[in-house]
Design a protein around this ligand. Structure first.
Ligand code: SF4
Length: 258
């Protein structure tokens, strides 16, 4: 298993010379904190409640890619799920021979990961699978990511992807537990290197609370877990463990607030 260079995707994740690609407008997962969903609503491109009515862009799916690309992150404003798996595979088949490294960022559904692993195992030296796992408790997942994959399914997907020789990284963003170290321990136990774990808070909360009732109703809880004191405590405990976890800018900026 070869690793895509750690830190390559640090800033925009696709990296300074990378590209971000999507084949879909909208996302069936309907996460309450989804910034893509919020931005589309703000710009009048798609109503907040209409985000789950997705539209595949077949022009992007079927495009013949010729230009050699350095790095691509796919997707960024939708998940890969049973509804768009087939077009995602067509798109990746067209793209992969022309890309040096590919970062696939998803909230993993086990059958989807299985299909992707089988289909693209031959490219596993240039694909990094980055799974979003925001909590170890399904009760939080159900509130903030109501239509996304259950947490046990996401954790099982790590083992599966390792079995097929893929590099797996995990993004714990936005972390939803008051103490995200419980989840981080579970990830490390599943052989995710601390240097392949990313942690960040929920950004744009004030703006989101104007569109999402769930975010509004959980404001007190969210403010308590993202308050500088709690972030400092999490940071200090991670450092004390000696884990080289990647802190997103939002984490460090909010931690330094007075
Ligand atoms: S999976 Fe990602 S793109 Fe889809 S609704 Fe959730 S945050 Fe938005």
């Amino acid at each position: 298993m070869k690793a895509v260079t750690r830190g390559t995707y640090e800033k925009g994740w696709a990296g300074p010379k990378g590209e971000t690609m999507n084949i879909c407008k909208g996302c069936e997962d309907l996460c309450e904190y989804c910034y893509g969903r919020n931005s589309a609503a703000r710009r009048g491109q798609k109503d907040w409640d209409d985000w789950g009515n997705t539209r595949i862009n077949w022009k992007i799916v079927n495009k013949g890619y010729r230009k050699q690309r350095r790095r691509v992150m796919f997707p960024s404003t939708h998940n890969i799920n049973k509804y768009n798996l087939k077009p995602s595979i067509i798109f990746l088949n067209n793209l992969l021979p022309h890309v040096k490294s590919l970062l696939i960022v998803i909230k993993p559904w086990y059958p989807v990961v299985k299909k992707l692993c089988k289909q693209f195992q031959r490219f596993n030296d240039k694909i990094e699978l980055r799974f979003t796992i925001t909590t170890f408790q399904d009760r939080w997942r159900e509130r903030f990511e109501p239509y996304s994959s259950p947490i046990p399914e996401r954790l099982s997907s790590i083992k599966l992807a390792h079995k097929y020789g893929f590099l797996v990284s995990v993004v714990v963003e936005p972390f939803l537990d008051a103490d995200p170290l419980v989840l981080i321990r579970k990830l490390i136990k599943r052989n995710v290197g601390p240097h392949n774990i990313w942690i960040g808070p929920m950004n744009h909360r004030r703006e989101l609370s104007r569109t999402s009732d769930v975010i509004f109703n959980h404001s007190a809880y969210l403010n308590s877990i993202y308050q500088p004191l709690n972030l400092k405590s999490i940071y200090g405990r991670i450092m004390a463990e000696g884990w080289k976890i990647n802190f997103k800018d939002g984490f460090l900026n909010q931690m330094r607030k007075k």
